[in-house]
Write a protein that binds this ligand. Structure first.
Ligand code: PMP
Length: 388
């Protein structure tokens, strides 16, 4: 089969795999232990932190290792809100887009149920929030704005630098959190106006179950968990040494190879985008480059009664692995993201996400688009059993 679900998870980069394997065998001591083997493990983690601080252009003390982006997002949002409420005694306000990843969206929704004020900003047909709307929605009690860099379903790029600049000019005390999971290693990022920044290991060639949160020095955060002093108390629990070392190697490779990889991925994108554009019955949901990151293309098949699940099944029978929306919300019948973009239930229940990687060859996407074209021709004559 041909895999086109790299956004859900990507293979380990060879450099990350080597680090992971070597440290899993050799580095089993607890890095918090006060003996030579513990110190040695601790040193490796701090070397990885120093390396990442150089790559991300932040200080080593501004990096908190976590179990992945879901935890980083929750720590950033719940942690900042808790600290804000403790400091001010007021009801906090959070601003986010309607198309945030569920680890941001559901977290904010829950905080809303617990008494915070929450504003979900709409997006346009391209899946992009209006900077003007962000400006108008800031309130005196706004504690945090959370905005993803690249949307994980459509690739739509948010103007995070512009939004950050605006927040800092208008209300400098408001924290700006960016979920950088799908943008990191794909697009350049400037950390200047960002207070809190999330990335995940397994989307960029690192292992699963590891990620980080950049927390700029001035940001006050309460931890989600209480326990030991690891990660300066912001993230207690025994440090996952092999995962962190593998992750750091993956980040280094991702940044080193970014431009070359994206050049190739853009060629794949352009080919698939232009071929799908001409297929009757297909609507492209991802905007064109440069409004979208080239590694994701989302489309819907708008033939009556066809759902994402049916299409995934048909594609899989043709040797193609695609996904409907994000793996984290694959049980939902409709895509919340596509609904926010289009307001159209048919489009939102028939979305397919293709995501690319440097390992994908041109002939693979030729096969892919041929198969999608064939599928669209055959759909009207398929009976309900073939569709299930
Ligand atoms: N944010 C975005 C934009 C994502 O795509 C994902 C992964 N689906 C996450 C957060 C969660 O990442 P993790 O799997 O590391 O918890």
């Amino acid at each position: 089969s041909l895999y086109f679900d790299y956004c859900a998870s990507a293979p380990l980069h060879p450099r990350a795999l080597r680090k992971l394997q070597a440290s899993m065998e050799a580095c089993y001591a607890n890095p918090s232990s006060a003996h030579q083997m513990g110190f040695a493990a601790r040193r490796l983690v701090e070397e990885a932190r120093d390396q990442l601080s150089g790559l991300l252009q932040v200080t080593p003390g501004e990096i908190i290792f976590t179990s992945g982006a879901t935890e980083s997002n929750n720590l950033a949002i719940q942690g900042a809100l808790r600290a804000w409420r403790r400091k001010t005694g007021l009801v906090p306000h959070i601003l986010l887009s309607e198309i945030e990843h569920s680890s941001v969206y559901q977290c904010c929704k829950r905080l809303g149920e617990e008494g915070a004020e929450v504003t979900f900003l709409p997006v346009d047909r391209n899946g992009i929030v209006s900077v003007q709307k962000v400006k108008e929605s800031l309130q005196p009690n706004t504690a945090l704005v959370s905005m993803m860099h690249v949307n994980n379903e459509t690739g739509s790029i948010q103007p995070v630098s512009e939004i950050g600049k605006l927040i800092k000019a208008q209300q400098p005390c408001v924290y700006f959190h960016v979920d950088g999971v799908q943008g990191f290693g794909k697009l350049p990022v400037a950390m200047d106006y960002i207070d809190l920044y999330t990335i995940s290991g397994h989307k960029i060639g690192g292992p699963k179950g590891v990620g980080l949160l950049v927390k700029k020095e001035n940001v006050e955060l309460d931890p989600l968990m209480y326990g030991g002093e690891q990660e300066n108390g912001w993230r207690p629990g025994t440090t996952n040494v092999p995962a962190i070392l593998g992750f750091a190697a993956a980040v280094e490779a991702a940044l080193e190879e970014r431009e070359e990889k994206m050049e190739h991925i853009s060629l794949l994108h352009n080919y698939v985008y232009s071929r799908l554009k001409g297929v009757p019955g297909i609507i492209l949901n991802s905007p064109e480059i440069p409004l979208s990151s080239p590694h994701i293309i989302n489309f819907s098949c708008i033939k009556k009664g066809i759902t994402s699940a049916m299409m995934i099944g048909i594609l899989e029978k043709n040797g193609i692995i695609a996904s409907s929306q994000s793996a984290c919300s694959s049980q939902a019948k409709q895509s919340r993201v596509l609904l926010a973009m289009t307001g159209d239930e048919a489009i939102s229940s028939a979305g397919i996400r293709l995501s690319f990687h440097e390992a994908v060859k041109m002939e693979d996407v030729q096969y892919l688009t041929d198969a999608v074209g064939r599928m669209m021709n055959q759909l009207p004559s398929m009976n309900k059993f073939e569709l299930l």
